[in-house]
Design a protein around this ligand. Structure first.
Ligand code: ITT
Length: 200
């Protein structure tokens, strides 16, 4: 693909999730001028697709076409093996309209108790899409495997971070320094692929 990104170029971070916006800015390492979808008053499109990739493309495309700028979107979520991959693309929706992740984490714990499974394996997925206004769109996916631990631990990060411990680690994402999470997370792995395709 010919489309590349130039240093200092304006890019819309097509997310309304402040935790994600911080991570996206950190992962882009000050390479671009990041403008948030919120500051441009862009609407939040309905996530009508059935995959992370589909929803990431939908969000990036909507923001790029509405703003006339290159847009980057992330669609991500927590998948629990014993729950057949739930909540998956419904991760944000499990927190309800108030975005109550204490409630969403409790729901995961309760579902595991209901089915009586000891399998605590889980993974996070991040699909990242970069769309040019009325032009091409590139999408990549990253994943990090780990296990769920209850009760939630740590107040860093966002969403389900306090119940997720990556393989090979002892601390939850909620306890880690942001730079430690950014070195191994699903989002960081997807970013590595984006960087290889677009900037290097
Ligand atoms: P945007 O669509 O505006 O970006 P959102 O929060 O609705 O914001 P998603 O639809 O992609 O985004 O939902 C992903 C949810 O999965 C997110 O709200 C978190 O709860 C969870 N999630 C994704 N990445 C995570 C991470 O790194 N740590 C913890 N939870 C994460």
């Amino acid at each position: 693909m010919k489309a590349k990104l130039d240093k200092g170029q304006k890019i819309v971070a097509a997310t309304h999730n402040p935790g994600k916006a911080v991570e996206i800015a950190a992962l882009l390492e000050g390479r671009f001028e990041i403008i948030t979808a919120k500051s441009l008053n862009l609407p939040e499109p309905d996530e009508t697709e059935s995959t992370f990739v589909g929803n990431a493309v939908l969000k990036a495309r909507a923001a790029a076409d509405a703003s006339g700028l290159v847009a980057i979107a992330d669609d991500s979520g927590l998948s629990v093996a014993a729950l057949d991959g739930a909540p998956g693309i419904f991760s944000a929706r499990w927190a309800g309209p108030d975005k109550d992740f204490a409630h969403a984490m409790k729901k995961v714990e309760e579902r595991l108790e209901e089915i009586g499974s000891d399998d605590r394996s889980a993974w996070f997925t991040s699909a990242l899409a970069v769309a040019w206004p009325h032009g091409p769109c590139l999408v990549v996916e990253g994943r990090v495997d780990g296990r769920l631990t209850f009760p939630p631990k740590g107040d860093r990060g966002f969403g389900y971070d306090p119940i997720f411990t990556p393989d090979g680690g002892e601390q939850t994402f909620g306890e880690m320094e942001p730079t430690e999470k950014d070195a191994i997370s699903h989002r960081a792995r997807a970013f590595e692929k984006l960087k290889a395709a677009l900037f290097d």
